[in-house]
Structures are given as structure tokens and as C-alpha cells.
Design a protein around this ligand. Structure first.
Ligand code: BGC
Length: 438
């Protein structure tokens, strides 16, 4: 009886969504006026001076310098330093966002700045984020706030980071303080950014601090991050029950390299389970929405030579790629949205972007992916918004300042911002809710 009632309810919701879609279409828009359009950033990548974080120390470590010099690279290009000076220039950056017609913006609060010493909250950092929220509010831009985007306070990293026994308790305390201060001003919370990517890069590949290479520890850290999300969910909902809480999951299209190979299909399925389905399933009950960070496709092949990588090898790209060699593959976003729709949770594209210094592909990339979002909406899939990565060029982690992801180009010598042509094309879509004619 209950199941039948639920099913009728679900059909009714789908009917209403289809109806809304057709009303929007009839009004000559592709996206309704309340669809969230904007861009994403993260604190360490744009703010500058993240001096009490593990990344800050790692970027300056002797081992890191030697490693970069050995590769013939200039270590200075890999030190975040003042980054984009966004901490001081956020008004200017949000003025651009407003000019571009954005009605939403995702940013992260930096734990290492808010709690530079264990248990000692830094009021100045909270005042800063208060000012950031106020600057967005004044411009009518909806904030989407990430609570953890990959950097840890150095004091916690020294004790073992996410492996430390009290890491989750410490994170919950930090979350509690942030939510207590900003409840009511923030409706959308992203607890953790891409837990799988962090665990993989920092604990499996050893490319990020603390540079571990261990499958067992990768698994532990991933479990910890999912648990950290669940606890954060409880804390947030306790303080602010009406807010929406989710994770920004990294979701790439993972496909078999040889479409007719049984083993490649198996490899793709295993990779999808580990990287996408399991982390989502493990956090579904404690998620009000599913954040989708979609960039590209991975073609995988079964390989006996890769036991450490679960016998999976990623094949070279075959389509046009970004400056970082990532395939441009919008269909993968549509497939991801269709796949996620079965969870019956609102979806939010929390990141989608391209490293493209010459701005050759970005406009097509944005339009191509938004066509897929439009298609998903037409299928009554509940997508609430699209946030482009990123508003401005920024510090691309271990790859330093080279990759250019911004709608705004940043000249790091004088911090001057210049809009790229693609920013205007995206702006037109944000302002009108319409995609350009094919
Ligand atoms: C991350 C960002 C990163 C972007 C581009 C995403 O996975 O959340 O921090 O800059 O990818 O590589």
C-alpha cells in the first residue's frame, strides 16, 4: 500500500516536472529563471596565504622542490603563495560574476584559516567569510558552500590527517562552528569535495600530501571521508534542518576501451563501482542532493600488468582534449545525470570545466554540456543548477599555475582579471536562460 502510494506520488512529481519543463519551453527559455547558473572555486586555489595548511607546508618542502627541479620545473610555479589574491579581491570577482549574469556561486571555507591551531577558532577568518556571504547576498547570488576542499590544518595533518583517530570529531566541531555562524545565510552545503579523488591522489598515487602509496590506506581514508560527510550532515541538519546538504562527487564517464571486450567491460564496471556507485550509495541516506563534478571520459582496459590499479589501465584519449589531455565528452554528463536520476534526489552540477589557455574549446564545451543538462531536464530529471569550474584561473594543485580553467584569465604578475570570450557566451545563456541555436 505504502509502495503504491509512493509510486503514485513519484509519478505525480514527474508529471509536474514535465509540465514545468514544457511551460519553460513555451516561454522561449531552455532553463527556468530559478535554475542556478554560476561558477565554482575553492579556497586554497584562489584565496592566497593559506599558511596554516598542509599544502602550504608541502609546497615549500625540500622534497617537493627537489622533485620539481629533477623534472626541470621551476618550483616557484608550484607554490600557491597569494594565488589569485581572491581573499582581498572577492568584491571585484563577484562583480564580474554578477556582470556575467550568474545567480549562484560555489566557494569553500578554509578549515586551516578558521582553525589554525587546534580548538582555537580565528574570528577574523569567520568575519571574512561573513563578508564574502554578504557580498554575494548584495548581488543576489546564491552561495553554495563547501566545507572541505582537500586542504587540512597542518596540526591535523601532523597527527595523521584523516587517519588520525579524532579527525572526524575535529571536522564535525569545525562544521558545527561554521554552520552555527552562517545558518540561515546558506541553503546549500557541500560537505566534502570529491572524496575519491583525494583518497586516490594522496594515498594511492602518492602525488599529493601526505604522498602515501597504499591501497589499504586509500580505502581507510575514503571510508573516513564518507563518515565525515555523514557526521557533518547530522551536525548541519541539527543546526539548520531546512538546508540542503550533499557531497560533490567526481563522476567521469568510465567506458570500456574495446566496446566488445568482456574484460574491458568488467574493468569499466569495477572502476565505476569503486569510484562512483559505492561512495554514492554509502552516503545516499544522508544526502539531500547529489553534487556532480563532471569533466571528462576515461576509457579503461583490463590489464594484468596493473595489479596495483585493480588491473585497470586507462587508454590514451581519442577525442579532442583539454590542455591537460582530458577528452571533451559532453554525452558523459547526460549519461551520468540519467544514471543518478534513479536515486530520486535533486542533482546539482557542482563542477564542469576545461583547462584551455587559448579559450579554443571552452564556449563549445559549455554549450555542449548545457545541451545535455537541457536534455536531462526534458526527461524530467531534477537538475537544479550548473556551476562552471572555474570563475577565474587558479592554482591547480600539484600542477601549479599552468592550467587555465577560468572564465576570467588571471595575470599572476599584477592580478589583473580579463574575461575570456567564452565567459560572455556563457553569460548570455545565464542572462537569458537560452542556449544559442545549434
Ligand atoms: C577539483 C578542483 C580542480 C578541478 C580541475 C576538480 O576535480 O574539485 O579543485 O581544480 O577538478 O582539475
Amino acid at each position: 500500500m505504502r509502495a503504491a502510494r509512493q509510486s503514485v506520488g513519484r509519478s505525480f512529481v514527474l508529471f509536474l516536472r514535465r509540465l514545468e519543463y514544457h511551460v519553460v519551453m513555451a516561454s522561449a527559455r531552455d532553463f527556468s529563471p530559478d535554475f542556478l547558473f554560476g561558477a565554482s572555486t575553492s579556497a586554497h586555489q584562489v584565496e592566497g596565504h593559506n599558511v596554516a595548511s598542509d599544502w602550504w607546508l608541502w609546497e615549500r618542502s625540500r622534497a617537493r622542490r627537489i622533485e620539481l627541479e629533477r623534472r626541470g620545473l621551476d618550483p616557484l610555479d608550484f607554490i600557491s603563495g597569494e594565488a589569485c589574491d581572491h581573499s582581498r579581491r572577492f568584491e571585484e570577482d563577484f562583480a564580474w560574476a554578477k556582470h556575467f549574469g550568474h545567480n549562484a556561486h560555489r566557494f569553500s571555507v578554509e578549515w586551516a584559516k578558521c582553525e589554525p591551531e587546534e580548538g582555537m577558532f580565528n574570528q577574523a577568518a569567520f568575519d571574512h567569510y561573513g563578508a564574502v556571504l554578504e557580498a554575494l547576498r548584495r548581488r543576489g547570488i546564491v552561495p553554495i558552500v563547501t566545507l572541505w576542499h582537500w586542504t587540512l590544518p597542518a596540526w591535523l595533518a601532523e597527527r595523521g590527517g584523516w587517519e588520525a583517530p579524532d579527525a572526524i570529531r575535529a571536522f564535525s566541531r569545525f562544521v558545527g562552528r561554521v554552520v552555527h555562524d552562517f545558518a540561515g545565510q546558506v541553503r546549500w552545503w557541500v560537505t566534502v569535495n570529491e572524496p575519491t579523488v583525494y583518497a586516490w591522489k594522496a594515498y594511492a598515487k602518492g602525488e599529493w600530501p601526505p604522498q602515501v602509496r597504499s591501497s589499504a590506506r586509500t580505502q581507510t581514508v575514503l571510508e573516513r571521508l564518507l563518515e565525515a560527510h555523514r557526521k557533518a550532515y547530522e551536525v548541519i541538519k541539527f543546526v539548520d534542518p531546512v538546508s540542503a546538504v550533499g557531497i560533490a562527487h567526481h563522476i567521469s564517464a568510465i567506458e570500456p576501451a574495446r566496446p566488445h571486450s568482456f574484460f574491458d567491460a568488467l574493468a569499466a564496471r569495477a572502476a565505476r563501482a569503486v569510484a562512483v556507485s559505492r561512495p554514492i550509495a554509502a552516503t545516499l541516506v544522508t544526502s539531500d542532493f547529489i553534487g556532480v563534478n563532471y569533466y571528462s571520459r576515461r576509457r579503461v582496459r583490463f590489464s594484468l600488468a596493473r595489479p596495483a590499479d585493480w588491473f585497470i589501465k586507462t587508454e590514451p584519449s581519442v577525442l579532442a582534449t583539454s590542455d591537460l589531455g582530458c577528452e571533451i565528452y559532453p554525452e558523459g554528463l547526460l549519461r551520468a545525470l540519467r544514471e543518478l536520476a534513479r536515486h530520486l534526489k535533486p542533482l546539482l552540477v557542482t563542477e564542469n570545466g576545461i583547462a584551455d589557455a587559448t579559450d579554443t574549446y571552452r564556449a563549445r564545451f559549455i554549450v555542449g554540456h548545457l545541451r545535455c543538462v537541457k536534455q536531462a531536464l526534458g526527461e524530467a530529471i531534477d537538475v537544479r543548477g550548473y556551476l562552471h569550474w572555474s570563475l577565474l584561473d587558479n592554482f591547480e594543485w600539484a600542477q601549479g599555475f599552468g592550467p587555465r580553467f577560468g572564465l576570467l584569465a588571471v595575470n599572476y604578475l599584477n592580478q589583473q582579471r580579463t574575461p575570456r570570450p567564452s565567459a560572455e557566451i556563457y553569460a548570455e545563456i545565464c542572462r537569458t536562460g537560452r542556449l544559442p541555436a545549434p
